[in-house]
Design a protein around this ligand. Structure first.
Ligand SMILES: [Zn+2]
Ligand SMILES: [Zn+2]
Length: 405
């Protein structure tokens, strides 16, 4: 009888008892990186630590991949697929407001998004997989990525351009993110779009300056800006499919110098968040049209500029995700739920454009330990109990997906 893959019961390769021996080292590495955070593309010490550890484990190591990135390669004893696991390494320009013995030693820099835990959890998975390489199928590619927080300059793209997903080509790719406001030991994993594409725009409305008492002699860019800001919300309610998540916000307007001078121009900046590439393309088209045509109807001109092409929508492959959920559900001591998509963005999306895979989250909220703040907060604190489960999940996914199809 052929079983539908949805109902196949997986025998987990690794359980909590297998990761125990590495737990203290995972935490030690995390604390060391936490105390010495480095900003995007400056992850020099972090990548050195990563490369050293991977070499100690006997893995093939490539450094300076796409900047400060490191790629580790572990070959299993048996034939199978190439599975890539990714951790980002950069910290944020935030001053840490948490009192822990391993508090950031660098004023103004903090691992406030938890990328320190990503590095340590992935190294934990490498320790576990390296120990069991004799029963491993295929190859595991460890991607330690720089600069996830760098917006359109994110590190995934240069790593891919530097061959991180080729030779041999990656068959499956997984990424894990720690999540400050989801309870500890809960995995969030859902098929389809999980994180938005964040496009930012800058618009200059060019009018004609004049006296505030004689607007008919001038072309008032502030009046035009006000019309445009209102009209933009019409895109949401009248032009985009109501079943598609869509946000547009004008977040800054700059114009004018004095109460009786009509200025020459106005600058508006804002962001658009979308969950599929079709809506994204429509949004760009409509925003440009609304600005240009409204400006024109009031005798002004609009220069519309979408800033750097930032991150694409993060889309989890449905088939891979379904199987990954059934793997994670087997990890005793944890729970796996679907959760909701997030309006934030991730350049892990770029890896998912190269190979099917999934991006998932691990909660680390534990009020008893004071771990309650959201990522990017100066009070962000991780429940370190969860790290072993993160390592365990990555190792089990690599093991399961490495098996020949
Ligand atoms: Zn972040
Ligand atoms: Zn992050």
């Amino acid at each position: 009888m052929h079983l539908n893959s949805e109902y196949v019961q997986y025998q987990l390769a690794f359980n909590v008892s297998d990761i125990r021996e590495f737990e203290s080292e995972i935490i030690r590495i995390r604390r060391r990186i936490h105390a010495n955070p480095e900003l995007s593309y400056r992850e020099f010490e972090t990548s050195k630590l990563v490369a050293q550890k991977l070499r100690t484990l006997g893995l093939g190591v490539r450094t300076r991949v796409g900047g400060t990135g490191v790629v580790g390669l572990l070959k299993g004893a048996h034939h199978g697929n190439v599975v890539a696991l990714r951790a980002d390494m950069d910290a944020l320009p935030v001053t840490e407001n948490v009192n822990v013995p391993f508090k950031s030693k660098r004023p103004g820099i903090m691992h406030a998004c938890g990328h320190d835990t990503h590095v340590s959890m992935l190294l934990g998975a490498a320790m576990l997989l390296a120990k069991h390489r004799d029963d491993l199928h295929g190859q595991v590619r460890f991607l330690f990525q720089p600069a996830e927080e760098a917006g359109g300059r994110g590190g995934a793209k240069p790593m891919i351009e530097d061959g991180a997903m080729n030779n041999p080509k990656v068959d499956y790719v997984f990424g894990l993110h720690i999540y400050g406001t989801v309870p500890s030991n809960v995995f969030l994993l859902r098929p389809g779009p999980v994180m938005a594409a964040p496009d930012t725009f800058r618009i200059r409305i060019i009018g004609k300056g004049g006296h505030g008492s004689a607007p008919h002699e001038a072309v008032d860019p502030i009046f035009v800006s006000a019309q445009v800001v209102m009209a933009l919300q019409g895109i949401t309610s009248r032009m985009i499919d109501q079943l598609e998540p869509f946000v547009i916000s004008v977040c800054s307007i700059h114009s004018g110098t004095k109460d009786n001078i009509i200025p020459d121009d106005a600058i508006l900046e804002g962001t658009v968040r979308t969950f599929n590439e079709k809506t994204r393309a429509q949004a760009k088209k409509y925003v440009t049209k609304v600005f240009e045509s409204l400006a024109k109807s009031f005798k002004a001109k609009a220069e519309v500029e979408f800033k750097l092409d930032e991150y694409p929508v993060t889309v989890n492959d449905p088939t891979v995700t379904k199987k990954a959920i059934s793997v994670l559900r087997k990890i005793r001591g944890t729970r796996t739920i679907e959760g909701k998509p997030i309006m934030g963005a991730e350049d892990f999306s770029r890896f998912l454009q190269k190979a099917p895979g999934a991006f998932y989250f691990l909660g680390s909220r534990n009020p008893k330990k004071g771990c309650v703040s959201m990522n990017h907060s100066s009070e962000f604190k991780v429940d370190e109990e969860v790290l072993k489960y993160g390592s365990l999940s990555l190792a089990n996914l690599a093991h399961e997906f490495g098996k020949p199809n």
